[in-house]
Design a protein around this ligand. Structure first.
Ligand code: HEC
Ligand code: HEC
Ligand code: HEC
Ligand code: HEC
Ligand code: HEC
Length: 483
């Protein structure tokens, strides 16, 4: 130590205080650590950035490293360096370096050189950092980041999203939208979510409806126009039955989606709820928003109306939770669309992936699809053999003849299961239901949650205004037979 100090003392004469301070960094482990951390981080960042920009890596975790971990390392390193120098201030005093010595004299060649090196390094650092910040911003806004980094947590939503009409719309368009306020809210909530993942304290399943989802005025309506007149839309809905596995019963309905009618300038039909000038608010007695106690309407001309379900008590803590109805109160599943088991089996029979000529195949498919499996792997292994076993029980000979088709059906059902069910996240059939119609009420095969879903939460003839008029369940209001 003494030796060092003597050296320092000798050199101090010809080096000047700055060189002493900078050179001294190498004599403290902390200083060396700071310099090495910065250098390694920045080098790897440049390499990572180049590989990403040139398209050599598509890996979400590699990018996580480049855009989040390494910049953290670089900034930590940069912060450590001056701290390490400062911690040696006692040694500065020993060598008589005081505040007065710490000036920069640009006519001194060594000072000039130092300032130039410092400036160049700063410019390089800032350039790399801003490139990283720019690319990192886009990276943290990408569906891959939102949907894949916390794979285990987000997989259900990501998979459902990937096979919907919005699979090319990035998550943040619906979940954050534009503007600094929601950006900051989202990042804070993101940090909370990261913490929940690390502490394994997140909810399974992730609760729905999302309580603090941004109002769709600022998200959906950035792309969709409420005035658009959709008119009527004809839908042909096909279901098979256990009695007839080959000829579906077909229901044709013309949905009155409506909008702003160009012929008379009136807002009409189903989209009337969200048309300009109309504001519908409701008070739900439960967090799921399925028990609706009161509905109030404000019209463009300022008139109001209120429909009340008198026999529904509102818990005190929800008494002020009025919600303005928006797109997502009906379109609760615009992109995270989960099928019901009937959808899967009906599609299988319709597309001939399940051969409807095999007796009992619809009922058996349903059984193996809705049986409980501990994990996705278990389901993958067991669904096929279980279907074959059920069929063999019915008729060993027929099962042997149709073995190929039964195996094909099994493989299709495995796919249907894997698209919809995540036991580890407690996501099962009916966990996330759509509010778009009222079908769950008249389906006999499989018992869903017994809460009300869809339009009939309000259109149940049980909410009435002071004149005794109810919110109608008249079929023809919403759909009629196509002409
Ligand atoms: C078209 C708009 C849209 C896009 C794009 C979108 N979401 Fe959603 N998401 C929603 C809506 C609406 C809800 C709320 C449903 C509700 O409240 O009932 C939701 C709910 C969720 C939930 C809560 C669980 C659930 O299913 O209700 C998670 C988690 C989620 N989204 C993640 C994502 C991720 C990850 C992406 C991108 C891979 C994404 N979302 C893309 C509209 C969208
Ligand atoms: C970034 C633009 C964008 C945003 C934001 C957006 N959508 Fe869409 N939406 C689209 C596009 C584009 C299509 C048409 C896709 C197609 O037909 O292939 C579409 C289609 C739809 C459809 C028809 C779906 C179907 O199966 O045909 C509905 C319903 C819909 N959007 C509702 C919503 C709702 C509700 C939200 C907000 C939660 C929303 N959209 C947010 C762009 C967007
Ligand atoms: C009262 C319930 C309700 C509300 C609120 C609602 N919609 Fe719809 N919307 C429907 C129904 C029902 C359909 C027809 C669904 C189908 O095709 O099966 C539909 C269809 C659509 C379609 C597809 C139209 C087509 O021609 O295929 C789009 C796009 C859409 N809605 C967007 C929106 C947007 C954006 C909002 C919010 C501004 C919104 N909806 C609010 C019930 C609603
Ligand atoms: C939050 C409650 C609520 C929900 C959920 C709801 N509605 Fe309504 N709806 C109303 C109210 C209130 C009215 C106005 C009743 C009145 O004035 O008589 C209305 C009116 C209507 C009208 C008549 C509009 C007009 O032209 O006057 C149609 C059509 C309609 N709803 C369809 C639907 C469909 C389809 C769904 C489900 C996809 C649905 N509603 C879900 C509350 C709701
Ligand atoms: C408040 C509006 C509304 C009323 C009232 C209404 N429906 Fe519907 N109904 C819908 C919507 C919206 C859908 C389409 C759901 C979809 O796109 O999947 C639908 C779908 C259906 C279907 C097809 C469901 C399926 O998947 O098999 C049948 C059948 C049906 N309705 C019958 C009726 C009958 C009968 C009445 C009268 C008692 C009635 N609805 C009243 C809005 C309504």
């Amino acid at each position: 130590m003494a030796d060092n100090e003597n050296n320092g003392n000798n050199e101090e004469q010809n080096q000047g205080p700055w060189q002493y301070i900078i050179g001294g960094l190498w004599r403290s482990p902390l200083g060396v650590f700071g310099v090495i951390l910065t250098t390694i981080s920045i080098t790897l960042m440049v390499v990572g950035l180049a590989l990403d920009l040139l398209g050599f890596i598509e890996n979400t975790y590699a990018n996580l490293f480049t855009y989040l971990v390494l910049p953290g390392g670089m900034l930590t390193g940069l912060a450590i360096i001056p701290v390490a120098a400062w911690l040696r201030r006692r040694q500065w005093n020993n060598f008589g370096i005081s505040r007065d010595h710490l000036h920069i004299n640009l006519s001194d060649k060594r000072h000039r050189k130092g300032v130039i090196i410092f400036t160049v390094l700063t410019v390089v650092n800032l350039t790399v950092l801003s490139l990283i910040a720019y690319e990192g911003y886009h990276y943290t806004e990408s569906p891959a980041f939102c949907g894949k980094v916390c794979h285990q947590v987000m997989e259900p939503e990501f998979v459902a999203y990937s096979r919907s009409a919005h699979s090319k719309v990035v998550c943040v368009e619906c979940h954050i939208g534009s503007g600094a306020e929601w950006f900051v809210k989202a990042k804070i909530s993101g940090l909370r979510q990261v913490l929940a993942v690390f502490t394994d304290s997140y909810s399974r399943p992730i609760p729905s409806p999302v309580e603090h989802l941004r109002p769709s005025r600022d998200t959906c309506e950035e792309c969709h126009w409420t005035d658009k007149f959709h008119g009527k839309k004809v839908k042909s809905i096909k279901h098979f039955t256990n009695e007839d596995q080959t000829n579906p019963t077909v229901t044709d309905i013309a949905l009155h989606i409506g909008g702003r009618n160009p012929e008379n300038d009136a807002f009409e039909g189903i989209h009337w709820h969200v048309s300009n000038g109309i504001e519908i608010k409701y008070l739900a007695a439960d967090e799921k928003r399925t028990q609706i106690a009161k509905v109030s309407i404000k019209k463009a001309d300022g008139s109001t109306d209120e429909f009340v379900k008198a026999d529904l008590a509102i818990p005190a803590e929800r008494a002020d939770k009025w919600r303005v109805m928006d797109c997502t109160d009906c379109h609760s599943r615009p992109t995270h669309i989960y099928d019901m088991p009937e959808d899967v089996v009906d599609f299988g029979l319709g597309s001939k992936k399940i051969n409807g000529a095999i007796p009992g195949i619809r009922e058996d498919s349903f059984k193996v699809l809705t049986a409980e499996y501990k994990s996705r792997d278990e389901a993958k292994k067991n669904i096929g053999p279980a279907l074959l076993a059920l069929q063999s029980n019915r008729n060993p000979q027929l099962a042997a003849t149709h073995k190929n088709d039964i195996e094909k059906a099994g493989a299709f059902l495995v796919e249907g299961y894997l698209n919809n069910i995540w036991p580890s996240m407690k996501v099962t059939w009916g966990t996330y239901q759509s509010h778009i119609g009222h079908r769950s009420e008249d389906f006999g095969n499989y018992k869903y949650a017994d809460t009300k879903y869809g339009c009939f939460r309000c259109h149940d003839e049980e909410h009435s205004n002071k004149d005794g008029k109810t919110i109608t369940q008249n079929c023809g209001n919403c759909h009629d037979e196509p002409k």
